[in-house]
Design a protein around this ligand. Structure first.
Ligand code: IPE
Ligand code: IPE
Ligand code: MG
Length: 258
């Protein structure tokens, strides 16, 4: 096993078996996660939905640590969609409060580990106390690059594309004929971030729910029935093992068939 992982993976564990199957020279550069199933996790335990969100924060910590230990460079977490504003006020308030608490507590961990935090989504509707906290942490971590954690907050994939078009229109100096996919992508919130290689969704839903519509064009998708609060490092390892068994053809055919 990779020497650096010795303290992180227990010898003889299920995780060790999985790690031994991973080819570290072919890791995804960017993993994106739709963290779903907090409500159902709570319901199953006869708890209020907000307890599911609380338990979900622990999974966020573990996912971040696992990604960093393995050497993943970008981790995007879908934490609040534009459509999530439809939920009851109390649930929405708890979600933002949990995020604020996370930022307050994890701030030192992020800096200590040289993790960079970046927010994508429409910031103006994020409650101002949370936005201030986010911008403070973004500023404190902007020069780090070991792991970039991208939080999708008040995020909508269609919004992102419309916002890009608006910016292009505003910057009138464009020669519109020269606009191509590459240039267009610089106007997205994810400018300078490579597209996700692997998209994980927990809790079994088979949909993308307006997440990174442009960027997931060729992402490999891995869906687990596990609810987000139960998501542990072994699940990320399972996703990686599965990812490495796939052949990413990007429209081409297998080289042996040419
Ligand atoms: C994901 O869990 C968290 C957010 C969307 C903020 P849900 O709250 O959607 O949980 P389910 O899907 O209702 O179980
Ligand atoms: C997607 O989950 C949004 C986040 C994980 C933040 P939802 O629970 O909101 O998605 P739908 O409603 O099941 O599509
Ligand atoms: Mg859900």
């Amino acid at each position: 096993m990779n020497e650096n992982l010795k303290d992180f993976i227990k010898p003889g564990s299920e995780e060790e078996l999985l790690v031994n199957q991973i080819d570290f020279s072919r890791l995804p550069r960017h993993i994106a996660i739709i963290m779903d199933g907090n409500g159902r996790w709570a319901e199953q335990k006869n708890l209020p939905r907000v307890e599911g969100h609380r338990a979900g924060s622990k999974s966020v910590r573990e996912a971040v640590e696992t990604a960093a230990q393995l050497g993943i460079r970008y981790l995007t977490l879908y934490a609040f969609s534009k459509e999530n504003w439809k939920r009851p006020k109390r649930e929405i308030q708890t979600l933002w409060k949990l995020l604020k608490d996370y930022l307050k507590k994890e701030d030192k961990v992020l800096v200590g580990n040289r993790f960079r935090l970046k927010v994508i989504g429409q910031r103006d509707k994020i409650p101002s106390s949370v936005r201030n906290e986010l911008e403070r942490v973004e500023e404190n971590t902007k020069d780090f690059d070991r792991l970039t954690i991208i939080l999708a907050l008040n995020y909508g994939g269609r919004d992102e594309i419309v916002d890009a078009v608006k910016r292009i229109f505003r910057e009138k100096e464009h020669d519109i004929e020269s606009l191509d996919e590459e240039k267009f992508s610089h106007y997205l919130y994810t400018n300078h971030i490579p597209d996700p290689d692997l998209l994980i969704r927990t809790s079994g839903e088979l949909r993308v729910s307006n997440f990174l519509l442009w960027q997931i064009a060729y992402s490999e998708i891995w869906i687990t029935q596990v609810f987000w609060p139960d998501f542990r490092k072994k699940h990320m390892l399972q996703a990686l093992v599965d990812y490495q068994k796939r052949e990413r053809r990007f429209g081409d055919i297998h080289p042996h068939e040419k």
